[in-house]
Design a protein around this ligand. Structure first.
Ligand code: SAM
Length: 370
């Protein structure tokens, strides 16, 4: 089976490494996605374990259609009757980039017609009941290369289920995990987020430290289809639970806003992870001796404070960054020249988009030559 996992632009390398670690075979890495192959059960395995993925699609077919007739023939050739349960609810979406076929409405309409025609013909149906499990297809064309995809995930993977409450600018859970993996945090050594907000980065760090699969507390669309062997699925979840171990090192999460700490505490409880939480201002951060990893997200954008407040915080961060020279640091900020303001040249700066906002991730690593 072939799968396509989507992720944030810039996280493809980390997602690829995660796939390799889970034993999947990499087929292709493109902007915002990784294509890999594995067994049928790997669709559940990938949803349960990949920390940086947003969705896992099952690749049902690939073709290069230049006309709508060719698109119809390509789609209708797939044996939908083998994978769709009776009363399936069929949803079809379309995406097209730089391709001959570009009208999304028509691509969507023809694809749905092809699926339904084939399904009706083989099942002897005349109308759709659609009261059963959902099958959400995506016909994606880029430079005339079309993929017929089926979403195995359902609710996107960043929704782990633990974040009941968040502040104004929370990071998506899978993006937070990506920042940690880019910082080479694999659960060894102490961890600190001194501006933790609702606790997303620290909770993801604790899950990495405990070797807890990120999807264990939720279900996925593919589990509704009755395609996967139920006993094998239960065994997979069980074996992932067996791997969970107590974190050997501290995961510290601080914020100067007591409401943020209350939120982070609730979220950590939901996620079943242990954090060392404290209301503390960045200026009082101390005791981070030896080595460790600090990953944090500075406030940015209009919602998160005035320019003056951000300036004060950058000064406080500059002080910390200069003294924490034995720690691996990763600081996400809306400022394109934070390194200068912090008075220490970053080893690596990566650019990301958080929605429409440009952000930069400043990395300091005393143990690595970049
Ligand atoms: C961008 S938010 C962090 C969001 C967080 N990553 C999340 O996903 O929820 C920045 C946080 O920094 C905190 N903060 C601002 N100034 C601070 C200071 N001087 N000391 C400690 N925390 C501060 C704010 O209360 C806010 O919760």
């Amino acid at each position: 089976m072939k799968y396509l996992a989507t992720t944030s632009f810039g996280m493809e390398g980390v997602l690829k490494n995660e796939c390799v670690l889970q034993g999947f075979t990499i087929e292709q890495v493109e902007m915002g996605m990784v294509v890999f192959s594995g067994s049928l059960m790997d669709m559940l395995h990938a949803n349960l374990t990949l920390r940086t993925a947003e969705r896992i699609f099952w690749v049902l077919g690939e073709a290069k259609p230049k006309t709508f007739d060719q698109l119809y023939d390509f789609v209708t050739a797939y044996p939908f009757e083998d994978i769709m349960s009776a009363k399936a609810e069929i949803i079809v979406n379309a995406k097209s980039y730089r391709s001959t076929l570009y009208s999304l409405r028509d691509i969507q309409r023809i694809t749905k017609k092809a699926i339904v025609d084939r399904y009706f013909r083989k099942k002897g149906l005349r109308y759709l009941d659609e009261t059963g499990a959902q099958y959400s297809y995506l016909l994606r064309i880029e430079k005339d290369q079309a993929y017929l995809l089926l979403d195995t995930t359902g609710e996107p993977l960043h929704k782990r289920g633990y974040r009941q409450q968040h502040n104004q600018a929370p990071l998506r859970e899978n993006f937070a995990a990506g920042l940690l993996l880019l910082s080479r945090y694999f659960g060894k050594g102490d961890f600190c987020d001194p501006l933790c907000g609702s606790g997303t980065i620290a909770i993801e760090a604790a899950m990495i430290a405990m070797d807890k699969a990120p999807g264990l507390e939720r279900g996925f669309q593919c589990e509704e289809w009755k395609l996967l062997d139920e006993k094998e699925s239960r065994m997979l979840r069980h074996s992932l639970r067996e791997r969970i171990k107590p974190a050997e090192f501290k995961v510290m999460a601080y914020d100067n806003d007591p409401r943020a700490i209350t939120m982070a505490r609730r979220n950590a409880k939901m996620a079943n992870v242990k954090l060392e939480l404290k209301v503390q201002d960045l200026r009082d951060l101390q005791g981070l001796s030896g080595g460790g990893t600090l990953v944090t997200n500075m406030p940015y954008g209009e919602r998160m404070g005035t320019a003056q407040e951000i300036l004060v915080l950058e000064e406080l961060m500059a002080h910390q960054v200069q003294s924490l020279d034995t720690w691996r640091l990763g600081i996400l900020s809306g400022s394109p020249d934070l390194s200068k303001k912090l008075g220490r040249r970053a080893n690596k700066v990566r650019k990301f988009y958080n929605g429409q906002l440009e952000t930069w991730f400043y990395q300091y690593d005393p143990t690595k030559r970049w």
